[in-house]
Design a protein around this ligand. Sequence first.
Ligand SMILES: [Zn+2]
Length: 86
Amino acid sequence: MQELACEKCGLGVLVEKFSPAHTSIQWESDTSECPLISGSGFAPGEHHRECSALRDSIDRAVAKSVLTESHIELPVGPSLPRLHRE
Ligand SMILES: [Zn+2]
């Protein structure tokens, strides 16, 4: 994971970029401190909370190669081990 600060509210997050479509974000502080999230009307802990400015910050960091994709091999499709056999 790489550290990144939101350009808007300055809150620090840890970001793991697996691919252009798959980004994992871990907040280092309470998301209610972000004005965009606290003003969005979502309840604390709700799944959809996110800061659009942070998303832009991540996109820019990727464009500037500050943030690099980690290219971890994720199990996909049939190769995924099945936990329950019938
Ligand atoms: Zn923010």
